[in-house]
Design a protein around this ligand. Structure first.
Ligand SMILES: [Ca+2]
Ligand SMILES: [Ca+2]
Length: 508
């Protein structure tokens, strides 16, 4: 049992849930009158959530104690990994239980249908910053031919995003780790009070960070990057004083080269990539030409072991960060979110490992959440997207939404799991001649609760009924009615913006 568990879970030996647990935790620290204020303040917040759409403005200031400590507004810790696939999360049950609902138990909730709308670093990170689909934020690649940091700046997303909004709203904003691929330091993006930007060199040879106004180099022979970032996070939590904070902690693990600390060298000695039915898929006659052309891949089990070892350091670090939250008395009023910028396929469909496709392994990401009002041990089937994170954070903080948000707050689900919800979303990819290996044609896809329909610029298409074919072995389903329906939904989604996206996702 992790050390912080006793504070969070057990009050007088009884496991408590929801608002009751939170109140009991706060009880020892603040006066009763303040407690009552806090309680009703929170209730107001959630009822506002249900009534107001994006673009709402803060309703009054947070309650302040005599000491000036803000007691009502929660802190937000957003932990992201790079290229972590959902299937491999089964090796990290502790991480799931700490933040999500591993095996139906845990300190928070798990979204089992969580997706990115484009399976690639820079586009997905930009969706998280802005709440927009890629066709709206226009960071469509990692920058080899287009996209990347340059497009992020060109399209104004460093001037206004969820961080600048939280900063304007009085939050202490902290960024730690990998930003967008091309970031090499030299400046601190607007909106961040504390900035620790990893300056490339993710290969373990040249480790340096832009730490606010100076560059700090670390000796990679003596310091491991995940632990360097963990220590930054713990120090920032300890230094955060009386303000609520928003911290984006962006680990580079388990992305290649998947470095890990020496102490984990003997872990997972015999663990192989799971040979799911789509591994080495034999019959590719249902697949588009680019898949058939690149078939014949041998899964790299040693690479997978390296990934898992690098994730052990992440899991260990998260536990220590949770302990720091508990020790500073912040755990009960902090939302903690864990996800990945994209998934990764490890050899499914007999094509090289990678991302960017609309296949489940590429677009599925882990998503765990805990915090005030988030039920514990609940696994939600609702489709959650990377475009939902910024609006969820804004909702939790009760601040104005960033402009142009296509996603939606996930918070209403915690109040009412039966709330009307999206039944479809858009997946996008643009062919990047200089970065694609293998080359994947431009496509747009619509993903529903039980099907995915991929339409390529080549004119080819794939249709999978995921409820019957979860491993996507047969992409030439003969179902004209379904295909017709999905064509229609794709047409509504492909160029949508803001409210029109939400309506198209809902099928209204
Ligand atoms: Ca990535
Ligand atoms: Ca097949």
């Amino acid at each position: 049992m992790a050390p912080w568990r006793s504070e969070e879970y057990l009050v007088g030996g009884v496991r408590m849930a929801g608002i009751v647990r939170r109140l009991a935790t706060v009880l020892g620290a603040v006066a009763l009158a303040l407690l009552v204020m806090c309680f009703f303040g929170k209730q107001d917040h959630f009822s506002e959530t249900a009534d107001q759409g994006p673009g709402k403005v803060p309703q009054g200031r947070p309650a302040m104690a005599d000491t000036g400590v803000e007691v009502s507004r929660p802190s937000i810790l957003f932990i992201m990994t790079d290229d972590m696939d959902v299937r491999s999360m089964e090796y990290f049950p502790e991480l799931q239980r700490e933040i999500g609902a591993g095996s139906g138990l845990g300190a928070g909730a798990t979204f089992q249908n969580s997706y990115v709308t484009q399976s690639l670093c820079c586009p997905s990170r930009t969706s998280m910053l802005t709440g927009m689909y890629s066709h709206n934020h226009q960071v469509r690649g990692n920058g080899a031919t287009f996209g990347g940091l340059e497009d992020l700046r060109k399209h104004g997303h460093e001037r206004v995003n969820i961080a600048t909004r939280l900063d304007d709203g009085g939050y202490r904003t902290v960024f730690i780790g990998k930003y967008l691929n091309d970031y090499a330091g030299g400046y601190v993006p607007k909106g961040w009070d504390r900035w620790y930007g990893y300056r490339g060199g993710y290969n373990g040879k040249n480790m340096s960070f832009q730490e606010n106004d100076r560059v700090v180099r670390y000796n990679p022979d003596r310091r491991f990057d995940t632990y360097v970032m963990r220590d930054m996070a713990i120090k920032e939590i300890q230094d955060s004083g009386d303000k609520p904070f928003f911290m984006w902690l962006s680990f580079h693990s388990p992305h290649s080269p998947s470095l890990y600390p020496e102490k984990y060298a003997n872990y997972f000695p015999d663990t192989n990539i799971q040979r799911v039915p789509s591994m080495g898929e034999k019959d590719l006659s249902d697949k588009p030409k680019w898949v058939r052309k690149n078939a014949g891949y041998t899964p790299d089990d040693e690479k997978q072991r390296r990934r898992l070892r690098s994730m052990l350091a992440v899991s260990e670090s998260v536990t220590e960060i949770m302990t720091a939250l508990a020790q500073t008395g912040r755990l009960a009023n902090t939302y903690v979110v864990f996800t990945s910028d994209n998934g990764l396929r490890l050899g499914e469909h007999d094509i090289p490992r990678g991302k960017k496709t609309a296949y489940e392994e590429d677009v599925s990401v882990p998503l765990y959440m805990r915090g005030p009002g988030v039920p514990t041990g609940v696994v939600y089937p609702n489709i959650a997207l990377n475009t939902d994170l910024a609006p969820t954070f804004a909702d939790w903080a009760n601040i104005e939404q960033p402009p142009g948000v296509d996603g939606r707050s996930l918070a209403p689900i915690f109040d009412d799991p039966g709330v009307p919800w999206r039944t479809a979303f858009l997946i996008e990819h643009w062919r990047d001649r200089r970065a694609d290996s293998p080359y994947i044609p431009t496509f747009k896809a619509v993903h529903t609760n039980d099907a995915v329909y991929i339409r390529y610029a080549t004119g080819e298409h794939e249709l999978y009924k995921l409820d019957q074919d979860p491993y996507e072995l047969s992409g030439k389903v003969q179902d004209p009615a379904l295909e017709n329906d999905l064509e229609k939904r794709l047409a509504e989604l492909r160029n949508c913006a803001e409210q029109a996206c939400r309506e198209a996702e809902d099928g209204r």
